[in-house]
Design a protein around this ligand. Sequence first.
Ligand code: SF4
Length: 473
Amino acid sequence: MQGEMEDKCGIVGIHCKDDSKDVAPLVYYCLYALQHRGQESAGIATFNHEKGLEHYCGMGLITSVFGDDEIKNLEGNMSIGHVRYSTTGQSKIENSQPFVIDFGDGFIAMAHNGDIVNSDELKRELIDEGFYFKSDSDSEVICYMLKKEHYDNGKDVADAIEEVCKKLVGSYALTILIDGELYGVRDPMGIKPLAVAKRDDEFILASETVAFDVINAEYVRDIVPGEVIYFENDEINSHMLESAGKCKLSHCMFEYVYFARPDSTIDGINVYKTRMNIGAQLRKLYPIDADVVIPVPDSSIPAAIGYSRASGIPYGEGLIKNRYVGRTFIMPTQEERELAVRLKLNPIKEAIKGKKIILIDDSIVRGTTSKQLLDLVKEAEPAEIHFLVGCPPVIAPCYYGVAMATKKELIAANYSTEEICKQLGIDSLGYITIPALVEAIGMPKENLCLGCINEEYPTEIPEGLEAETYYKP
Ligand code: SF4
């Protein structure tokens, strides 16, 4: 459900073989296309062998962080960028990325999408060795581990990355500027997406292919889980981590269900097509007789089209989303919280009144937003509401960079579907099943992470580790 969970970040990296070119404007446009992956902070770091390292980060949307002057000051033919959301208590500039450590005889700049589940333990080791931390992000932990292996222990960059990755447990897609070169790294389970494209003199790394489309770059391929890539002599060079191919692939199913833009293709699977398939699968599971199929915009539009095509029931817009709502203030009263939902979504009474409607949403996490949304829909006086959900019940938290809720806040972890249906006050409620979702994605089940819907996580979870929860005032 929109607003109840967020992915951690979007990352970009650009390498241009012409060192007279500045690539920061291209990174800016790529980040613009990835804004849906994080709205809390944005940053870009650039490097040129003559001019050295520059970087700039700020809180807010990419358009409010960067103006002409900031982009002009970021000179260099190599660059990385990052958009980030924040979790409770962490909405601060120190946690914005790219994370940069500059220590006189070298520097590392890194953009990270993911979460390292053993970062507390790794951080404690580094603190014992005298490292000082300025943020509470696990990306800083990776940076210092890399510094230690490459600059202090003298390993070459590929070996240093190998050594660091051996110790990391969790999810990571990284773009790194180190030793005047750009590297891209994807964790051996492939939890987070990362792909590479080519455009004129540039190679581009990005979380989603939509970033390539906006700058007219040609998609080359996805980074293989466990692969480290860098660019030399106009070629992609590849180094496979020792762990590559030895652990279970675990692509995050939520990328397909909700996070990624529908116009992106991840690991060879188009997101729009997957969401259409989700709609068709929902039809198979719930062949409801209704007058109209209505999506909760925007992420559920393809699923509603899929249901409509499979059933012959007309597709209709019944909710209008205000696309210009940014942050809303902390709402202390119920009335104000309802106002925040009304600001974002408004029902079209004429499209709903007296009709039997099938309302399709991508997921239910805590259930509070669904309740408010359905209360709004009820005001438009439909004859019946059948609520279908494109993600199986979310029964457990995510530890890999998707902040949603703790187990006690997850409605499906605490109530049955019948109980939730009753709480929502609707005629029926149906979730897609895990087998139907897997079929809609079209990837073998064993290659997907389904941790939050079946509690089978692809890594050990340290005892007592708190899942991050999403908090948006
Ligand atoms: S636990 Fe859920 S949200 Fe987290 S990576 Fe796995 S599938 Fe994605």
